[in-house]
Write a protein that binds this ligand. Sequence first.
Ligand SMILES: [Cu+2]
Length: 130
Amino acid sequence: MKRIALLSAIMIVLVGATGVIVPSMAAGEASREITIVARNMAFVIESPDSFGRANPTITVKAGRKITIVLRNDDPGMQHDLVIKGLDVEVEVTSFGETTRLTFTAPREPGTYVYLCSFHPMSMRGVFIVQ
Ligand SMILES: [Cu+2]
């Protein structure tokens, strides 16, 4: 009897523990995908609220897993995307190519600059972690 009581106590602890761990792991795995298009020597995001605006400010949640998809729509040009101060370097793309990078946003809020390392003057925007 004592043994069964101990066993069920362990089971309750285990179930309780997995009950806590599983949802947080699931939430951590969901990454937010942001598609950024390199076009006419600028970054654009094809969403209704920022369509056509060059180098829009990108805002993400602290600690959130982010996937940046970089598509190159510039014939004859190479582009990449680097976020200064973060370990984020989306690989170089040639015309018609898409590259992607998944990373976790810092846990602390902050403001960073994203840019194309080939064209840092015309392809540059603000990346906010909040
Ligand atoms: Cu570029």
